[in-house]
Design a protein around this ligand. Sequence first.
Ligand code: ACM
Ligand code: ZN
Length: 529
Amino acid sequence: MKKAIRHILLAAISIIAATATISATELHIIPEPSYIDLEAEGYYEVTAKTRLVVNDEAWNPAERFSEYMMEYFNTDKPMRMGKRGKGIKIRIDSCVPYEGYELTSSEEGVLIIGGSEAGIFYGLQTLRQIIVTRNGKVPYGFIADEPSLAYRGVHLDVARHFFGVEDVKRYIDIIAAHKVNRLHWHLTDDQGWRIEIKRYPELTEKGSMRKETLIGHGLRPEWWDGKPYGGYYTQEQIRDVVDYAAKRYITIIPEIEMPGHAQAALHALPWLGCEEQEVDVWTMWGVTPEVMCAGKESTYEFLENVLMEVLELFPSELIHIGGDECPKDRWKECEHCQAKIKAEGLGGEEQLQGYLVARIEKFLNQHGRKMIGWDEILDGGVTPTATVMSWRGIEGGIYAAQRGNEVVMTPMKLCYFNFYQTESREGEGLHIGGHIPFELVYSWDPFEGLNPEERKFIIGAQCNMWSEYIKDMETLEHMLLPRLAAMSEVQWATERRDENSIRQRMESMRKFYDACGWRYAPYYFEGRK
Ligand code: ACM
Ligand code: ZN
């Protein structure tokens, strides 16, 4: 009831605000808040000496904010924090939507009320953008905000190229500033196994190193660099990163690829393959026929043992099992796979993959988790409870939503941030292909093709960062920014996007990126697409 009254009040104020002297967009926040009402003049100035007034319940977001301000004011002194006094007051109130916040600026200071710690964190991110882009001056007024989508994801492939703990933390800092709340961490693939599994040390001892890396687009010998390449995270490092993300209200969803994209695992443990074939950690990009055997019970035992350790490390309810691009050539020839098809009364190799996926889902459910997989998990007959990540297009997502499965939309043509940003590609360096300029991301409707009933199953949207041609942090930032700003508005402000307004607001965002030292691509600002 209290919540309903609050919403009616906000709606009433917004009619009055339409006539206010300062237009809402002048604040230049990205993603755009749902409601802004500024007073004609006056501001509260935040300085390095401003006090944070905060209870224990909001201590973590306040600490994060203090770190941001230390960086901005270039000081090594944390902000003063206490339970009483004037300054930036922070509290939680369940009347505010869970991830939402209300921010009031007045002579008294700044008051942020969040629906949760996360809501406060987002309110503080908004305040941070105002402070950084307006020299600490927070105009008197009121902002109310909440996200459109519950799942706001960014992906990172650390298999094709490895990014160490400090790089991943920096990536987390960048996505957190865009109010993203999921990091999909692609930890295993044909070209490298990157997560320590105590039960199978060979996975990282052997599977984390490849002989060399393909640096060109073709397959000429001179396009391999001849240098051994590898890296992995210890379980202690994984825990550290998971904790770092959680303190920024980001849940890390680990992805352990199965049954395809597993050649690095097969190199380490040849018995995972149909014929125990000896294979290298792969030095090509694309899709390899070397996949795990879905007929042998030892494969299922392996997968469950690996997942047990993964579940210990990652509190995420959703666990990603890959499931994409698994050629069935080996299975067709394999006596174990064929025997399994027969014993289980399956219709063929596609159904064998469906069988594997369903068995793994059951295992995850038994351990209190939910399974998410790429949209190929639909091909072998998906269970009603799996979450589907639609990447080959939107069709898989639509089909899944129609059947009542939850869906994360991430169609390749709009969401693959490893694609080029300009048509001419001039100055971009070598990338995998494609063309996704900022404007295309911004124009994307994640609900396209869905009726209102089906829309309810679209829990989120995500951009993906595959790292075949992304070798270092500078390139990673260049591919992520500023397109992430467009994506964050698709995720957070789905229904209130405006092409003219974002162009103006991006000028302030650029200032913000500069202040943070983030190495964005210049193309959007140069008018190149
Ligand atoms: C994918 O791009 N193979 C999910
Ligand atoms: Zn087999």
